[in-house]
Design a protein around this ligand. Structure first.
Ligand code: NCD
Length: 334
C-alpha cells in the first residue's frame, strides 16, 4: 500500500542512474513509488534541520524557454538544498537573452550545456523538445514541461501530495477540471492515477477536452472515465478536485481563449457541493479559476502541493545523478 513512502532498494536506485525523465508514461508503478520514497527521505532530513550534501560538486543547468515560477525555483532550491550548484537560463518571448533568439537550436544549445552541467532541466513551449535535448546530451535530462506534452516532475509531486493528504490513492475518484487539452500536468498525472484504479471525472469546455488517445489509453487500462458538464456536477462525489488554468499561451486565436476562459470557475459556493474531506489541487499559477475565498477551505491543498515540489525534485536530481547517499555537510566545509 502506498501510504508509507518506502525507501527504494539498491537495484531500484541503480536503475535511475543516468536516466532521462521525459514523461510520466516511462515510469512503472514501482519506479514512481521509488521517487516518492526518496522524496520523503529528503523531506524528513530537511524537517530535522539537516544540511544535505549529496550533490556536492555537481552542477544543474536550468534551461527555461517558457515562463516558470514554482518549477524553476523548486528545482534550483532542490539543488541548493543538496549542496549542489546551479546555472540558469530563464527566457521568455519578451526577454530573449540566450542564443536561441539568434536562431540556435535546442540540439546545439544542449551540446554546449552538456559540457558545463551534470544534469539538465529543460522547459520549452514545443512538445517533444525534451526528447531532442535528451538525444543531444549524455547527462540526464529532466523535462520540466514541453508544450502541451508532458510534465513528469509535476505529476510526481501531485502523487506525493495525494498520498500525504489522502493516504492510499487506490480507488479514489479524481475530478480533472478546466483545460484538459493543453494542460500538460493532467496528461502526466492520469498516467500515475491509472496504477491505483482511480475513477476519473473529466470536465472541460468542449474545445478543451482531454485528447481522445489519452482517454482511450485510460479506458484500456480499465479506468472508469466519466465526462461531466458544469463545475457543480464535476466536483460532486470527487475525493480530489484537480483544477487547471486555461493555457492562454497555447491559443492561436485569442478570441477562442476569451470564449472559454470563464467556463469552469470555483467559488465558495462550489465548495458546498464537495464530498466531505475532498481536497482541491492546482499546479498553479491560477488566474481566476479558484476564487480567493476558497483558500480558507481546509482541503485547499494547492500551496502545500507546490511546497512538495521541492522534495520530489531533490529526489529526481539525486537519483538520476546516482547521488542518493544521505550525506550531510561536513564540519570542514562550513
Ligand atoms: C503548470 C505548467 O507549467 O504546466 N505550472 C507548473 O508547472 N506549476 C501549469 C500551468 O502553467 O498552468
Amino acid at each position: 500500500m502506498l501510504t508509507d513512502f518506502a525507501f527504494p532498494d539498491v537495484q531500484m536506485l541503480q536503475s535511475f542512474v543516468g536516466k532521462d525523465i521525459l514523461g510520466a508514461p516511462q515510469f512503472s508503478k514501482a519506479e514512481m513509488e521509488a521517487v516518492l520514497g526518496v522524496a520523503a527521505f529528503y523531506e524528513k532530513a530537511l524537517s530535522e534541520g539537516k544540511r544535505l550534501w549529496d550533490m556536492d560538486g555537481k552542477v544543474m543547468a536550468a534551461l527555461f524557454f517558457e515562463p516558470s515560477t514554482r518549477t524553476r525555483l523548486s528545482f534550483e532550491t532542490a539543488m541548493h538544498r543538496l549542496g549542489g550548484r546551479v546555472i540558469t537560463l530563464a527566457e521568455s518571448p519578451d526577454n530573449q537573452i540566450s542564443s536561441t533568439s539568434k536562431g540556435e537550436t535546442v540540439h546545439d544549445t544542449i551540446k554546449m550545456v552538456n559540457n558545463y552541467a551534470d544534469v539538465i532541466v529543460i522547459r520549452s513551449p514545443r512538445t517533444g523538445d525534451a526528447q531532442v535535448a535528451a538525444a543531444a546530451a549524455n547527462h540526464p535530462v529532466i523535462n520540466a514541461g514541453d508544450g502541451f506534452g508532458q510534465h513528469p516532475s509535476q505529476a510526481l509531486l501531485d502523487m506525493y501530495t495525494i498520498v500525504k493528504e489522502k493516504g492510499n490513492p487506490e480507488g479514489l475518484t479524481v475530478a480533472l477540471i478546466g483545460d484538459l487539452k493543453y494542460g500538460r500536468t493532467v496528461h502526466s498525472l492520469v498516467e500515475f492515477l491509472k496504477y491505483y484504479k482511480c475513477r476519473l471525472i473529466l470536465a472541460s469546455p468542449e474545445q478543451l477536452a482531454m485528447p481522445a488517445d489519452i482517454v482511450q489509453k485510460m479506458q484500456t487500462a480499465g479506468i472508469e472515465v466519466e465526462l461531466r458538464e458544469g463545475i457543480d456536477a464535476a466536483v460532486k462525489d470527487a475525493d480530489i478536485i484537480y483544477m487547471t488554468r486555461v493555457q492562454k499561451e497555447r491559443f492561436m486565436d485569442l478570441s477562442e481563449y476569451e470564449a472559454v476562459k470563464n467556463m469552469y470557475l470555483m467559488t465558495g459556493e462550489t465548495v458546498r457541493h464537495f464530498k466531505p474531506g475532498a481536497i482541491i489541487m492546482h499546479a498553479l499559477p491560477r488566474v481566476n479559476e479558484i476564487a480567493l475565498e476558497v483558500d480558507d477551505y481546509p482541503g485547499a491543498a494547492y500551496f502545500r502541493q507546490a511546497g512538495n515540489g521541492l522534495f520530489v525534485r531533490m529526489a529526481l536530481l539525486a537519483m538520476t545523478c546516482g547521488q542518493v547517499k544521505g550525506s550531510f555537510k561536513p564540519a570542514w566545509a562550513e
